[in-house]
Design a protein. Structure first.
Length: 228
């Protein structure tokens, strides 16, 4: 191999190592900016739940059922701040059932993992009325789930928080992923009146440290070889 080709190969390996270190980034967003109010969300599905209390417990069947029926893009109203500051392309979505007291909802959105072991998530949202279910000071169900398992935010935000007048943020780190398809769930509780959620999440897929070390060593080895 010529010096030029060898150095090029070294740079390619180095570039791959840097790309792997940064990981792939996936945006998880509610709503479709081209869809009219009342039309199905092409990416988010929902399982309607009881208004007033929300889901006081969740079963594996609930998570499976939440993957079937599309959520519905919500019409504007005078109560919500209609644009999410972190992502103007996100839209409010609902169960689509309506009524005086709309159902709570377990909202689901899926993403494909090409083989990374874990991920970090920065999630921005507004909600009517809040995420998770609580009874007094007791948390009954979590705010966010990954593949049916509850997640704990690192920034201290817990179930029972959120509103439709300001943006909230949840941060999750080192979330274990499944190979292939994964599902993220937002558990929305509606106490009275309208129900809905708007969200946008940046999911960063994180590679194994051992893989990064091997890539880095290999790249440096090729560069060192050309310097001799």
């Amino acid at each position: 191999m010529s010096m030029k080709r060898s150095v090029f190969a070294s740079l390619v390996v180095c570039g791959f190592a840097v790309g792997a270190a940064q990981g792939a980034v996936i945006t998880l967003r509610s709503g479709d900016t081209t869809g009219a109010a009342g039309t199905p969300d092409p990416n988010v599905t929902v399982l309607p739940g009881p208004a007033g209390t929300g889901f006081t417990s969740l079963t594996p069947t609930d998570f499976t059922d939440a993957q079937i029926t599309p959520a519905v893009i919500a019409p504007p109203n005078g109560f919500w701040i209609f644009t999410l500051p972190a992502d103007p392309d996100a839209r409010w979505i609902t169960t689509g059932i309506g009524g005086t007291d709309e159902p709570s909802g377990l909202y689901a959105i899926h993403f494909f993992n090409p083989g990374f072991p874990e991920a970090n998530l920065d999630l921005f949202y507004m909600v009517d009325d809040y995420l998770g279910a609580v009874s007094g000071s007791t948390v009954l169900t979590a705010s966010v789930y990954l593949n049916g398992e509850p997640l704990t935010a690192t920034n201290g935000d817990i179930a029972g928080t959120g509103d439709f007048l300001q943006q909230h943020e949840l941060q999750f780190v080192d979330m274990p992923l499944l190979p292939g398809e994964n599902w993220l769930y937002l558990n929305v509780t509606n106490t009275i009146g309208l129900s809905g959620v708007i969200f946008s999440g940046t999911l960063t897929l994180v590679p194994e440290p051992a893989s990064l070390s091997l890539l880095g060593i290999g790249a440096l080895g090729l560069l060192q070889r050309r310097k001799r």
